[in-house]
Design a binder for this molecule. Sequence first.
Ligand code: VGL
Ligand code: ZN
Length: 206
Amino acid sequence: MRALVIIDMQNDFMPWGSLPVNGGDAIIPLINRLTDHFQHVYATMDWHPPDHVSFALNHGKRPGEQLEIGHRKIALWPIHCVQGSLGAELVSPLKKEKIEKIFHKGIDPLDDSYGVFFDEEKKRSTGLYEYLKKKRIKELYFTGVATEYCVKYSVCSALELGFSATVILDACRGVHLKPGDEADAIKEMQAKGAAIVTSQNLLKTH
Ligand code: VGL
Ligand code: ZN
């Protein structure tokens, strides 16, 4: 059984948000069309407390800088997706009716979470893994933002957990902090066994 996973389609990751992904809004109509082709649709939301460790301002630093805590290096971002804020809401044109369940990530103030299954230290599960197991869903199709971060981490993690993972590339967008990041992410996902398709392939065959 297969499922569509919509990653972090929240206001703060849109061009009008605090951590904008260029063209993030352009993929909304496509994602809406894709939801009609899946029996199971899940969404994730980046969902940080205000004192979250990844917010540069909480450390008197600038976005783009890093924070070293013990052996860990944490990338610092602008304040984004604060629990309950407008910036954290799913974008309004996204069709919510087909979304069976929403999973929240990045809840722990002390740990960041790019992947949709666990936080970076793997201490806390978002519940998605357990839920998919229960539903016997083994094939995951990924859409959303950002290709080089949450999408990549989620895809790699899905493969490690034994799912098959397909990236619907034109229904994903990258943040492009550095040129070449997105291309590298695609190569890495492919090398780990992910399939890369376009929405057209999917809309045609199903
Ligand atoms: C993400 C940056 C900060 C993501 C989350 O989910 O891609 N990126 N927080
Ligand atoms: Zn975040």
